[in-house]
Design a protein around this ligand. Structure first.
Ligand code: F0G
Length: 460
């Protein structure tokens, strides 16, 4: 049956296009072999539909492109910096703003200012660069996300929530003096792009306030998180996104931002805080690592595009069309019987590799195997969020297979049509039909740090 009916049409039309081509199966086999069965090593021209990440891959608007031309490139005190700073303050309420070249750079600066050896940083699931920056400083990240997050079949509206009891246990165990801040990541990327409720954020904030703990946000997808609150949370339905965003940040002392996500720029990030003391220390590290405090590793034009994108990314009609597209894609896979993490996330659909490939042991990287097979089948690039990404335990040196073994299909913003995603769905259906023939992988090269990005494998 052919279905052709409108659902939440995109509030834009397409002005510029970039050709993509599907290279044939033989070429894909060769390309993947050369890449050591790691899609991070693939040349992008060998990829047809690229769902590796939603980071820096969005399509900028005409207003953002115009901002690239009007950006001011003064080393110090650029009006583009002022535009960025004032926009960040207007959106988040935080008066002190430092630009950085991307999210992990903001983490590097903030963590240098705040984290010491032996510290712990509790929160919901930490993103891998965040965790790596924490562990690099011989500190530890403690995942206090609610249990529902770790069962991919449970349909819970706010699977990114922090479990207050787990948080309390972590604080009691390690002591307030060893916790420089509690971190909430919105949305919870590592746990399936799942939102955190406003009520949960309030409770965590209250908990922190009682114990004089600081609360920070990893805010890469704060607009998408606010959209979920405005559509799912009792008492918040229909509330304007900017209002929700403002309230979220009012509960914290600061944030790091990878602007490559919800601010729809190809590069950029920042730190924002209301704590002048922390800001003063961060300034020094920003100059050391990033650049002067009024550009922080960005060109003036990048700051201009970022300032514009930060607001565009909060537009309700845009967020509805985006997140509903991700949901349609996820629901179509679910209806086809393919095991996915439910409910669909804000920026990505996650395939549950444990249920897709139950015959492959986690030590043989089933999600990574699935990523390879999907590329061979269709030229589509996904990414593993499983045992490879989880790295080895820094204390024991052992693999630490995570509860969720996932293949993530991240959807770039304003880039692909439903028809592109239907192509991906059809490929996954064919893979699912022949899933029993898919084999696991083993390392041929395993780097010590962040192995996900440069490891090489062979088929078992
Ligand atoms: N925090 C979260 C929640 C992220 O998802 C990312 C990046 C970062 C921090 C780091 O930001 O890349 O600008 O340095 N996530 C990308 C992804 C890479 O594919 O999910 P960055």
């Amino acid at each position: 049956m052919t279905q052709f009916s409108s659902q939440h049409p995109e509030p834009f039309k397409i002005k510029m296009v970039e050709p993509i081509t599907l290279v044939n199966r033989t070429e894909r086999e060769k390309a993947l072999e050369n890449a050591g069965l790691n899609v991070f090593n693939l040349l992008a021209e060998k990829v047809f539909i690229d769902l590796l990440t939603d980071s820096g891959t969005g399509a900028m608007s005409e207003a953002q492109w115009a901002g690239l031309l009007s950006g001011d490139e003064s080393y110090a005190g650029s009006p583009s910096f002022l535009h960025l700073r004032d926009t960040v303050t207007e959106v988040t309420g935080f008066p002190f703003v430092l630009p950085t070249h991307q999210g992990r750079a903001a983490e590097n600066v903030l963590h240098s200012a705040m984290i010491k050896e032996g510290n712990v940083i509790p929160g919901n699931s930490h993103f891998d660069t965040t965790k790596a920056h924490i562990e690099f400083r011989k500190a530890r990240a403690i995942d206090c996300t609610i249990d529902e997050c770790f069962d991919p079949t449970i349909d819970h509206p706010f699977k990114g929530n922090v479990d207050l009891e787990k948080l309390e246990n972590a604080v009691n165990k390690h002591g307030v003096e060893n916790i420089p801040f509690v971190l909430i990541t919105v949305t919870n990327n590592s746990g399936g792009g799942q939102p955190v409720s406003l009520e949960n954020i309030r409770s965590v904030a209250e908990f922190c306030k009682e114990r004089k703990l600081k609360l920070f946000f990893d805010a890469a997808r704060f607009s998408e998180n606010a959209w979920f609150i405005s559509t799912r949370e009792p008492g918040q339905i229909g509330r304007p996104i900017p209002e929700i965003v403002h309230e979220i940040f009012s509960y914290g002392q600061g944030m790091t931002m990878s602007a490559k996500k919800d601010a729809i720029v190809n590069i950029g990030g920042f730190i924002a805080t209301n704590d002048e003391e922390i800001f003063e220390v961060c300034k020094q590290y920003n100059i050391l690592f990033e650049g002067f405090i009024t550009y922080g590793g960005l060109a003036g034009r990048d700051m201009e595009a970022l300032a514009i994108g930060l607001k565009e990314g909060m537009d309700h009609a845009y967020l509805t069309s985006r997140i509903e597209q991700v949901k349609r894609f996820g629901d179509s896979l679910h209806e086809a019987g393919i095991p996915t993490l439910r409910p669909p996330g804000g920026h990505a659909i996650y395939i549950d590799a444990k249920r897709f490939l139950p015959h492959i042991d986690q030590e043989q990287f089933p999600a990574q195997a699935l990523v390879c097979e999907l590329y061979l089948e269709s030229g589509v690039r996904a990414v593993e969020i499983g045992t490879v990404l989880a790295d080895r335990d820094p204390d024991t040196g052992k693999n630490r297979p995570p509860e969720l073994e996932l293949m993530r299909l991240a959807i770039p913003r304003r880039v692909y049509t439903d028809n592109h995603l239907a192509y991906v769905k059809d490929a996954l259906v064919r893979l699912y039909e022949r899933r029993e023939k898919i084999r696991g992988l083993k390392f041929t090269h395993e780097p010590k740090l962040l192995r996900h990005f440069s490891a090489r494998f062979e088929w078992v």
